[in-house]
Design a protein around this ligand. Structure first.
Ligand code: IMP
Ligand code: MG
Length: 185
């Protein structure tokens, strides 16, 4: 089956293509293989950070060949649109215990690092055997707090990105590629 073509960036458009579907698929397959190798013989718990993780985690787990468990946590930091609100709101903690478990936090994008930092601290209190982060996109230039990221798909520079689970005002999550928002203001 032929995959739908992403729209071509054009004058007056809200976004331009940044990472196409085939590029994303190839990199996600590599990440899955790397994780399968690193966690061989273990049974890690993947903790997806909602909602941005959804498309990435769905693709990633299908490239992981070892047994994994899935949990999710809700987080919100942006006030809907492009402008950052550094107060991160976390939803209820997953009900399982992370004590002694190998935990892999799965993010769509790490930007200031506030969300990832808060989630890592929350889980660390339960004394997991290990805790790492895998993010599809990393905006290293936008960091306000240092976070140690073991697995990253791509560096998204300082672009505001949409698609593949990521939103602007809750829109665009369903785009099958990653675009960068034009005229950010
Ligand atoms: P951080 O706490 O600043 O690292 O931001 C992380 C959260 O902000 C992510 O989980 C996303 O929900 C949202 N976010 C950050 N950058 C972007 C972006 O470029 N596009 C869409 N959402 C973003
Ligand atoms: Mg958002």
């Amino acid at each position: 089956m032929k995959l739908p073509m992403p729209p071509k960036p054009a004058a007056g458009k809200e976004f331009a293509l940044l990472f196409a579907q085939d590029i994303l698929a190839e990199r996600i397959a590599e990440l899955g293989q790397e994780i399968s190798k690193d966690y061989a013989g273990k049974n890690p718990v993947l903790v997806g950070v909602l909602k941005g993780c959804i498309v990435f985690i769905a693709d990633l787990i299908r490239h992981i060949s070892i047994p994994v468990e899935l949990e999710f946590i809700n987080a919100s930091s942006y006030n809907g649109g492009l402008h950052r609100d550094s107060t991160v709101k976390l939803g209820d903690e997953p009900e399982i215990s992370f004590r002694g478990r190998h935990v892999l936090v799965v993010e769509g994008v790490v930007d200031s690092g506030n969300t990832a930092n808060k989630i890592m601290n929350l889980i660390r209190r339960q004394e997991p055997a290990s805790i790492e982060i895998v993010t599809l996109l990393d905006k290293t230039k936008c960091r306000e707090i240092a976070v140690d990221i073991k697995y990253r798909g791509f560096d998204a520079e300082n672009h505001f990105v949409i698609g593949f689970g990521l939103d602007k005002d809750q829109k665009y999550r369903n785009l099958p590629f990653i675009g960068r928002v034009l005229n950010e203001d």
